[in-house]
Design a protein around this ligand. Sequence first.
Ligand code: IMP
Ligand code: MG
Length: 173
Amino acid sequence: MSGLRILLSEAEIAARVEALAGEITQTIPGDFVMVGLLKGAAVFVADLARALDRAGARPEIEFMRLSSYGLAKVSSGDVRLLGDAPSRLKGRRVLLIDDIVDTGRSIAFAAALLRERGIGGLWTCALLDKPQRREVEAPIDFVGFRIEDVFVAGYGIDHAEKYRHLPYIGVVD
Ligand code: IMP
Ligand code: MG
């Protein structure tokens, strides 16, 4: 069976993504580049980009790849860069996007890297936030849903590379 106990349905996610796009266009002035963290944020970025279009924005889309959890459910705490966003981000406004912010290490690492490049402004966005799990400071400007400390998958998010294809988000027991 490919199913999980549903935490957030396809319809709930779609409604929240639409609302987030509205918040983002009201906050970020002018043009910006979406920088998604692979692979988990790919599905979210794809839906958010089209919601942003409906909200009147015309974002560019880039990705960065950080090291992942591998097969584990708990972060090793060691974040590494596997694939870089292009250097042409210099001077541009960037919306950094991840699927989940847990300890905060991944998004804080990516944010620091982008700031070193001299980008023109940085906003952060996560579909899911687990505030109870935070270990490092990682301010998130746009949060889809705050959730409890449960391990989830679906809608791009995996457990050992499974479940990314699910249109909803469920709890992995
Ligand atoms: P952090 O660096 O500890 O904040 O971890 C963030 C990354 O861990 C996210 O980009 C996810 O890929 C992964 N992650 C955190 N929580 C979960 C979960 O519940 N399910 C699957 N992946 C998770
Ligand atoms: Mg990830």
